[in-house]
Design a protein around this ligand. Sequence first.
Ligand SMILES: [Zn+2]
Length: 62
Amino acid sequence: MQKKKATELQRAWGDKPCPHPAFSREYDMGERTGNYCCTQCGASVSFREKAEIMAARAEQDA
Ligand SMILES: [Zn+2]
């Protein structure tokens, strides 16, 4: 997902809570930033933050 699009999503989503159901790689001007964006709210997270969210969710589902 382009960073610009993620920023638009963030604006549209506002400050509602989001469980971050899915992430997409973040791109800026066609280059990978190394971060990920939530496809629902546009939040930008680092690879590590994404891994922690996914791990926490896996524990809840278990
Ligand atoms: Zn989210």
